[in-house]
Ligand binder design. Structure first.
Ligand SMILES: [Zn+2]
Length: 622
């Protein structure tokens, strides 16, 4: 289905791109733009730029860019029609009749619809008589009705086909149920059965609040105690954090996330007012989850029971410090300051032995919980404690030397420069050494540990001749330039770069279009990225008239050169066929005339023109 240009413009105008991007990226205002860490590649200094006025984003690190549609397509892996529908819905723009428009779907929308239906079915069941057992369990765990509804908790009834029967009435195909992991195909005969039976269900939602998986808790001796959705096209383990959709606004406003382990810990924290809490959905905290939090805040506080804290924190810290390609970062710059800001600091809040956030909140309360958070200590400090102590319990000069080496290695892996500096001072005083000495050793190690940037970063797009970019930028921003120059740009063969050619072609088709609305006319991601790079930073208002004049002369010159070349080629071909006396008067005249004009335009330096096409018009024309 083709959407009309005015409709696309309406949707684009109605979507606040800063708002849209902010749901995934922690944006900060920088002049008239917003900047943040790119969600499409790993980086530590923000090069992801959003221009709210034009509705365009562009990353100067990996070169990706586009408009709201492009952002949603990339972020949610949607097809273009899906992105249009999703944004139309957000923006409240009505779409023309949708029947028969499903052909552009990737199938993902149907799976999301199935998950949504299932979520409602399970939630409804929880509050019906059939859900009594689950409601009793919620009461026993102290989970309020209101918060249970807020988290969309549900109950999967007993029986093998409860959900299947309901879905049949909703005309959902069995294959879709199997694809979402809600049903399991029978092994020896046709058909399927419900995966979740007689369990309390916790919907796992993506950042837009759409259910993509379920976690199911049994009440009695059922094994396993927790049964989760398998990986599906909608759900990859370790990529999401439980309750991230609900917690995000608080995480962003407090610039801090609270990280717990279980569903109930998370729900209880929200119930007690700690609404910036997410759960890791598994015992290990994955790099993908870290990256997700890093987009929204600078600090994460996690909770450990006092007994286990030291060991667990140190182990967790070592996981975090593993060089995963984006691991190590700090470096001392020439002025002696630390670089490597924008990294996530992970802290540990201690809870009394035997407690988790759920039991602590219910027995001690929210005030004490707040105090524990305030007293949280860097997770690296635990790792440092461990590095300082000899594993064999040895003391003396030799043990001190190996402790020194262990600490230096640890410091070398710490991504945050300030944190590394603070830890090195702490360690130096404990070891009784000079902090500078320790610091130098850590730097030396760091440079040998650091992964080469070429392997950890996608390469930026090949650079294009600046003069070509200048010309296209001018065309995008000035109607006058379009009127004067578009006709002179023959078949756009003055432009070597295919993406720039595509932009000029799009302009040629719709010379009245606003620059940003050309986004949906472009054929490739690469062209969209180039367009966004030209639009995202507002051009300083150079004197358009002067530039137009310069480009006009330049283009006229190359047009004439082209004609002269064509003429001389025609002459050469004709001569090859019929001999030197071929009657080529018209062509000869053209050649003669065009060459003369070219020579005149350029003040008699015609021979340099053939090589001058990549220099700026200012330098070659004046
Ligand atoms: Zn990027």
């Amino acid at each position: 289905m083709q959407y009309s240009q005015p409709l696309l413009d309406d949707i684009r105008a109605a979507v606040d791109i800063v708002d849209l991007v902010s749901r995934f990226v922690n944006l900060r205002k920088a002049g008239s733009h917003w900047k943040g860490l790119c969600p499409f590649h790993a980086e530590k200094t923000p090069s992801f730029t959003v221009n709210p006025r034009k509705g365009i984003f562009h990353c100067f690190g990996c070169g990706v860019g586009g408009d709201a549609f492009g952002f949603v397509m990339r972020q949610d892996r949607l097809s273009f029609p899906e992105a249009v529908r999703a944004l139309a819905k957000t923006a409240g723009v009505a779409l023309p009749d949708e029947r028969g428009a499903k052909s552009g779907d990737s199938g993902r929308e149907e799976l999301l619809r199935v998950m949504d239906l299932a979520g409602h079915f399970y939630a409804d069941t929880l509050w019906k008589p059939a859900g009594e057992r689950a409601r009793a369990y919620l009461e026993e765990r102290g989970i309020d009705t209101e918060i249970a509804r807020h988290f969309g908790l549900g109950y999967a009834p007993e029986g093998w086909e409860s959900l299947l029967t309901f879905m049949k009435s909703e005309k959902v195909a069995e294959e879709a149920l199997i694809a979402t992991g809600l049903a399991v195909a029978r092994e020896n005969r046709a058909g399927a059965y419900d995966r979740f039976r007689g369990r309390l269900l916790f919907p796992i939602r993506d950042l837009q609040g759409r259910a993509v998986a379920f976690g199911g808790r049994g009440f009695g001796d059922e094994q396993p105690k927790y049964l989760n959705s398998p990986e599906t096209p909608l759900y990859t383990k370790g990529n999401l954090l439980y309750a991230a959709d609900l917690a995000r606004p608080t995480i962003q406003s407090q610039n801090r996330a609270l990280l717990v382990e279980g569903y109930v810990d998370c729900i209880m924290a929200h119930q007690y007012g700690f609404t910036g809490t997410v759960a890791a959905l598994g015992t290990a905290f994955t790099p993908a989850q870290l990256a997700l939090l890093r987009r929204y805040c600078d600090e994460v506080v996690t909770f450990f029971d006092a007994d286990a804290a030291g060991q667990k924190a140190a182990a967790r810290a070592e996981e975090l410090l593993e060089p995963t390609g984006r691991g190590m970062a700090w470096a001392v710059n020439r002025s002696g300051a630390f670089e490597g800001a924008g990294t996530l600091r992970v802290k540990v809040a201690l809870l009394p032995a035997g407690h988790d956030p759920d039991t602590f909140l219910r027995s001690v309360g929210s005030e004490a919980f707040t105090e524990r958070i305030a007293a949280a200590r860097s997770i690296l400090a635990y790792a440092l404690d461990r590095a300082l102590v000899d594993p064999d319990g040895a003391t003396g000069p030799r043990a001190r030397t190996t402790a020194f080496a262990r600490v230096a290695l640890l410091l070398a892996k710490v991504a945050d420069g300030d944190e590394a500096a603070q830890l090195s001072r702490e360690a130096a005083s404990k070891l009784g050494v000079d902090p500078t000495q320790l610091w130098i050793e850590a730097q030396r190690l760091q440079s040998s540990l650091r992964t080469p940037p070429a392997q950890s970063r996608p390469s930026p797009p090949a650079s294009t001749a600046p003069v070509e970019r200048d010309l296209v930028t001018l065309l995008l921003h000035s109607d006058e330039a379009r009127a004067t120059l578009l006709a002179l740009l023959g078949e756009s063969d003055e432009l070597g770069q295919p993406s720039l050619r595509a932009i000029v072609e799009a302009l040629r088709h719709r010379p009245d279009a606003t620059a940003e609305s050309l986004m949906t006319d472009l054929p490739t991601d690469e062209a969209r990225s180039v367009l966004s790079s030209l639009l995202v930073e507002d051009r300083e208002s150079v004197d358009a008239r002067v530039s137009i004049g310069q480009f006009q002369r330049r283009l006229e010159r190359s047009q004439r050169l082209r004609r002269a070349r064509e003429a001389s080629q025609a002459i050469a071909e004709a001569q090859a066929k019929t001999g030197v006396a071929a009657p080529m008067h018209a062509e000869l005249r053209t050649l003669h005339k065009e060459s003369a004009v070219v020579y005149e335009i350029t003040g008699g330096v015609a021979q340099s023109l053939e090589h001058g096409t990549s220099t700026s018009p200012r330098s070659s024309d004046e």
